[in-house]
Design a protein around this ligand. Sequence first.
Ligand SMILES: NC(=O)c1ccc[n+]([C@@H]2O[C@H](COP(=O)([O-])OP(=O)(O)OC[C@H]3O[C@@H](n4cnc5c(N)ncnc54)[C@H](O)[C@@H]3O)[C@@H](O)[C@H]2O)c1
Length: 260
Amino acid sequence: MRVAQETAAGRFANQTGLVTGAASGLGRATAIGLAREGARLVLFDRDEAGLRQTQAACAGAITVVGDVTSAADHARAAEAAAGLGTISLLATAAGILGPTKPLAEVQEAEWDQLFDINVKGTWLAIRAVLPVMLAAGRGAIVTFSSGAGLAGNTTFPAYSASKGAVVLLTRSLAASHAGQGIRANTICPGPIETPMLRGTFAAAGDEAAAAEREAIFRARNPMGRFGTAQEIADTALFLLSDTASYINGVALPVDGGRLA
Ligand SMILES: NC(=O)c1ccc[n+]([C@@H]2O[C@H](COP(=O)([O-])OP(=O)(O)OC[C@H]3O[C@@H](n4cnc5c(N)ncnc54)[C@H](O)[C@@H]3O)[C@@H](O)[C@H]2O)c1
């Protein structure tokens, strides 16, 4: 009767987790969902005020203000998690859009910052918690790629490349450690209503250009709407839960059929 017990106590009762990018959007929604279902959480982000708002909705959670490009900050977060219990859940939602311009116009510093946050930041988070998960023989990891990590993108090609890297980082992780009790999957969201999506439109230029980009994004989605943070959080929780016990190494589009 494992399933019935899990439901009554919350799917993540007695589990410890770490969520990066927890101060906003998809990381916040994922953290709130995990906490509601019983997880003890470390909320990691560089935005202290946003973290505090998320913390208010996550019973028992603690915050770590830090930068995902810093191995030292990840070590602090992992140490904080150890104070709560043996970490078994990781969601890496921290990320940026970076330059929305043709590849030939992207500056080296922009490229480096984008890959530092989106790719290195994801790897560092994994590296910080994996030894504990391996020692315990149990761990579920969800990373955040993008639909732009599965198909080329002309609006933000550098971002697309960084999210493609997240897909294969996650698949490699999944293939490497499945035999040791670790599962890893990545979510590839389509356009989801968060501050990042609004930034994507604003990056088009003035108000008219932003409205035009928004209309294009909406029109090319088969459902004719953007997703909600809750829809992505629900997917993350499913993939992190034991219900997904045989799902490993998947790059799952959650995009209303955009890539169908
Ligand atoms: N919203 C979408 O439409 C969409 C679509 C596809 C993929 N994604 C991906 O989902 C993830 C979450 O996106 P979101 O829409 O919630 O974005 P968001 O901008 O609302 O939140 C991102 C969070 O990451 C944090 N962050 C950024 N750089 C950081 C750093 N160096 N150190 C610590 N924290 C940092 C920010 O402070 C912020 O709280 C991102 O990886 C994004 O690329 C989003």
